[in-house]
Design a protein around this ligand. Structure first.
Ligand SMILES: Cc1ncc(COP(=O)(O)O)c(C=O)c1O
Length: 386
């Protein structure tokens, strides 16, 4: 990973993965140095090549999420951007929405804003002690005007995984739309939108998919009537330029302005990297689970340590240590030991209320496939010294 990484232990991969695979950097540099043109805007060779790069990544993402039509992949700047588009794009005056206590603020805040503005009503399901919700809870919460269930596939605080397959089946049966936040799960848990009856997902390209920051998007399932989604912004698309109105076909309806081609090129390489990694996503899950188990076993004797994690969503482990504040722990880890982790509420206050760690929050380690057991040994030694 280059000499600059030698002394750094980076466990903040749930915020954004680092380092990126060399092939990702290479794809970004290739675009920046060889063909850095605007895709879909001009007919010249470089613009065409940029357009091909964007299309290739679109296609890879569609395959990755089990969608046949690549045009149903809508690029945005991150998961938040796409959650806003999905949520605000589909909800109408008078709709009722069901969500969970494990949501990130990227979901809760747009919903709360719409509730505050009197557009929607909202039910937030508590779930079990790890925030995992059940189909029965959903059944009990369904009202006549329930239009959408929005759920976080994998918690960025505790790794809690929601049973999206069962939720999808129930939503389909009841005629309720399902939006899934895959910011943490993409690249860690296999997702098949058709199999799981998911209408829309939002993903981050820069976490488990190993793409650059500034990448993410929304994917609309093959069967979902996309005219039900309003665009939140309009502008230049390079298509139908003679018209004063936004094109109503995909992806242009939702992609105004120049795309982050450098990032999208990198994201395409990130997906390739996952696909060719030892056994693909299965190998990634295995590696993360091994690291998680190793950390839990090695650190369990630290006085006053308490863990929050899930075996279903491996790689995200939160913890607290009695007698030390979470910011004391992460500051000392960073300053003294060069170990990068995150403290606090991780933009998910309701999740901390649910698992009992509000308002202080937790220290969070998010492992990537570049982390090793040796790094965990060093970290546990540091925690013991502290
Ligand atoms: C579960 C979840 N949803 C949404 C987000 C927002 O992702 P982004 O920073 O790409 O907008 C995050 C980021 O940490 C997350 O963990």
């Amino acid at each position: 990973m280059g000499n600059k990484m030698n002394n750094i232990i980076y466990f903040d991969n749930a915020a954004t993965s680092f380092p990126k695979p060399p092939s990702v950097t290479q794809a970004v540099v290739e675009y920046m140095t060889e063909y850095g043109a605007n895709p879909g805007r001009s007919g010249h060779k470089l613009s065409v090549r940029a357009g091909e790069t964007v299309f290739r990544t679109r296609k890879k993402l569609a395959e990755f999420f089990g969608v046949k039509n690549p045009m149903r992949v809508i690029f945005g700047s991150n998961a938040t951007d796409s959650l806003n588009l999905a949520i605000k794009g589909v909800l109408k005056q008078g709709d009722h929405v069901i969500t969970s206590s494990m949501e990130h603020n990227s979901t809760i805040r747009p919903l709360k804003k719409m509730e505050e503005n009197g557009i929607i009503s909202l039910t937030i399901l508590k779930g079990d002690e790890k925030g995992k919700i059940s189909v029965h809870e959903i059944d009990d919460a369904i009202l006549k005007n329930t239009a959408v269930v929005v759920v976080n596939h994998m918690s960025n605080v505790s790794g809690t995984v929601q049973p999206i397959n069962e939720i999808g089946e129930r939503c389909r049966f009841k005629g309720i739309m399902l939006i899934v936040d895959c910011a943490q799960s993409a690249g860690i848990i296999p997702i098949d939108m058709n199999r799981d009856n998911i209408d829309i997902i939002a993903f981050a390209g820069h976490k488990g998919l190993y793409g650059p920051t500034g990448t993410g998007g929304m994917v609309i399932s093959d069967s979902f009537e996309f005219s039900r989604i309003k665009s939140l912004k309009e502008g230049g698309t390079g298509s139908l330029s003679d018209r004063e109105y936004q094109p109503d076909f995909l992806p242009d309806k939702f992609e105004s302005g120049t795309l982050n081609v450098a990032g999208i090129a990198g994201l395409g390489a990130g997906i390739d990297f996952i696909n060719i990694y030892n056994d693909g996503i299965t190998g990634i899950i295995k590696h993360k689970k091994e690291l998680q188990d190793y950390f839990l076993t090695s650190a369990k004797n630290i006085n006053g340590i308490k863990f929050y994690y899930s075996d279903e969503g491996p790689g995200v482990v939160s913890f607290t240590i009695d007698g030390m504040s979470v910011s004391e722990i992460t500051t000392e880890l960073s300053e003294k030991y060069c170990i990068m982790s995150r403290q606090g509420l991780h933009c998910a206050p309701l999740a901390h209320k649910r698992i009992g760690t509000f308002p202080e929050g937790t220290v969070r380690f998010g492992f990537s496939i570049f982390n090793t057991k040796e790094q965990i040994d060093k970290t546990v030694k540091a925690l013991k010294e502290m």
